[in-house]
Design a binder for this molecule. Structure first.
Ligand SMILES: [Zn+2]
Length: 342
């Protein structure tokens, strides 16, 4: 195999040479063994971006050993021990998600950050952080970390990790009339979607959004708390959860859902969802009242076509009283056209 040599201005054979290279990192000289590809013709080393990256990783690793800094794997392990997502871990430590991500990917950490992350090796330190800054986390995340601190066994599946990663959704995390006074709970959101998919076998994206809306608002009307904590935006085609695209994509990636694409004669594509192979692993149980709410929504709307459900949602005060693209207040649930039988 030959490589283009800029010195010879031609393709040349290369050979691998073992040598030591010295770099300066934060004022400290670091020497690492490097396998360099050298042009057989002129003896110049032929680098590449990939090779440079590889060397840089080696240099950082050597620097970390000498300066006694945590390895990227160690940082990741500390975080995982408390079942924290990168975002939540960063929030507790007062760092940005991008920073934690960079460190876990091999970026060289700041000395002060290293001290803070290392302190998290001690559960008491994390317990204290959780007490003081836990309000920055989602309810679900906080409970998960509390359980981890209490030493409770928890599923450590890929699915749960993906659930963690989903914390970067743009869903509002507040507990107000915009969320039905529940902190958004992605697990419950997923469970409601799955409940309808099972009950109705296959549900279009449009219908799922409307079912969620009616279920959340009906639950609020009857229990003054929403089912999922989702906020709904008034869009042209009706109320939709603010972050439904990302939620459904994630549920599909986690194999909670299977998506079937259907080509319509007009050239549009329809997306239909049904329960996927991992649906059982979600493990959310609804209360008796919540079950009644879900049944009521399925009975009232489950047999209607997407267009009919959409039309009905346009008659709701919730939709009419809200400005286009704005978030709908759950206070509108009081005048919802759907109610529970007395
Ligand atoms: Zn050459």
């Amino acid at each position: 195999m030959t490589t283009f040599c800029p010195t010879c201005e031609d393709y040349r054979e290369t050979k691998t040479v073992d040598r030591r290279e010295t770099y300066t990192v934060r004022g400290r000289k670091v020497t690492v063994p490097v396998k360099a590809a050298v042009c057989v013709g002129c003896g110049e080393s032929l680098g590449s971006d990939e090779k440079d990256q590889e060397v840089l990783r080696e240099v950082y690793a050597a620097y970390r050993r000498e300066a006694d800094l945590l390895t990227p794997e160690r940082i990741r392990l500390i975080r995982k021990r408390y079942r924290l997502s990168q975002k939540s871990f960063a929030a507790l430590l007062g760092m940005s998600e991008a920073t934690i991500n960079r460190y876990e990917q091999g970026g060289l950490q700041d000395q002060a950050h290293d001290v803070a992350i290392r302190a998290c090796e001690a559960p008491e330190f994390v317990r204290d952080l959780l007490q003081r800054r836990g309000n920055l986390l989602s309810e679900w995340q906080r409970q998960r970390t509390e359980k981890a601190l209490a030493g409770e066994a928890q599923p450590d599946s890929e699915v749960m990790d993906m659930l963690d990663d989903l914390e970067c959704t743009v869903m509002p995390r507040e507990v107000t009339d915009r969320t039905g006074f529940r902190r958004f709970d992605q697990k419950r959101f997923a469970a409601v979607v799955l409940w309808f998919c099972r009950r109705l076998n296959s549900v279009s994206r449009t219908v799922i959004n409307k079912m969620l809306f009616y279920a959340d608002f009906l639950n609020f009307q009857t229990a003054t708390v929403s089912l999922t904590g989702s906020a709904y935006r008034r869009l042209q085609y009706g109320p939709v959860p603010t972050d439904y695209g990302q939620m459904l994509d994630w549920m599909e990636a986690a194999e909670f859902l299977v998506c079937d694409e259907v080509a319509y004669p007009n050239g549009n594509t329809g997306y239909y969802y049904r329960a996927g192979p991992k649906a059982e692993s979600l493990g959310v149980e609804f209360t008796a009242h919540e079950q009644v709410v879900l049944e009521r929504v399925a009975d009232a709307l489950g047999t209607l076509a997407a267009k009919a459900i959409s039309d009905r949602s346009h008659e709701e005060a919730a939709w009419k009283n809200t400005e286009d693209k704005k978030i709908i207040s759950y206070r509108e649930a009081m005048s919802l056209s759907l109610s529970l039988p007395k």
